[in-house]
Design a protein around this ligand. Sequence first.
Ligand SMILES: O=c1ccn([C@@H]2O[C@H](COP(=O)(O)O)[C@@H](O)[C@H]2O)c(=O)[nH]1
Length: 239
Amino acid sequence: MKRKERKLILALDTGDRQRVNDLVKLLYPRVDYFKVGLELFTSFGPEIVSQLKHQGCKVFVDLKLHDIPNTVGRAAVSLAKMGVDMLNIHLSGGIGMSRAAVEEVRHYAAEQGVAAPLIIGVTVLTSTGMTDYSSMGYTDTLERRVVRLAQMGKEAGLDGVVASPREAQSIRAACGPDFVLVTPGIRPLWAAKNDQQRITTPKEALDLGADYLVVGRPITAAQDPLSAAEKILAEMEGE
Ligand SMILES: O=c1ccn([C@@H]2O[C@H](COP(=O)(O)O)[C@@H](O)[C@H]2O)c(=O)[nH]1
């Protein structure tokens, strides 16, 4: 069952190809999901996705698509054509935009006879704290907004959402056991917080019901990335 996979996703936030190669060589297959975000994708484009796929990695392309429905639907299909395993859209684009991504990607996958990638909606960025959130003029609490966006995503047919593990229980209660929860904002006790605001440790994230834990700098900025990844995996495995 999707929810039980509880996987670690490594965020490859760099524009340095050699660094990507070194990290993958060091960490695959101990880590099998790799995230290509804005910096890496804008540096190397689809080629980096095909490289990672050829190396056997599962790939999450984190571009947080946000535009009119037609544009997002077509961009999402372009990602599906690259063979990505997971892609995302930004839920603040609304239900029409979210539906377009879901319908276009699933139509493409059915036509090609291939598995559709997981399509995930971003709720409120984990770097958003209360001050930042209030300054955006929202009247609802941050948690209620996250849950509301998640429910809208579910209604649009998304597989799950990106949120802080702190909101995982409320999303789970509202969206059910099979809705996939992808959680950045993961900080082991020994790691720096950096620009993340709504954080938990890996163990807390799993206890709260997260399925996929997205971790970047605690591993990639560590002096020994393999040992950092092993410590996080051990925490996830309950050792
Ligand atoms: O709400 C969000 C959505 C995406 N991210 C991405 O996750 C990683 C986190 O990296 P760290 O170095 O562990 O902070 C990064 O690629 C973000 O773009 C997020 O943090 N929060």
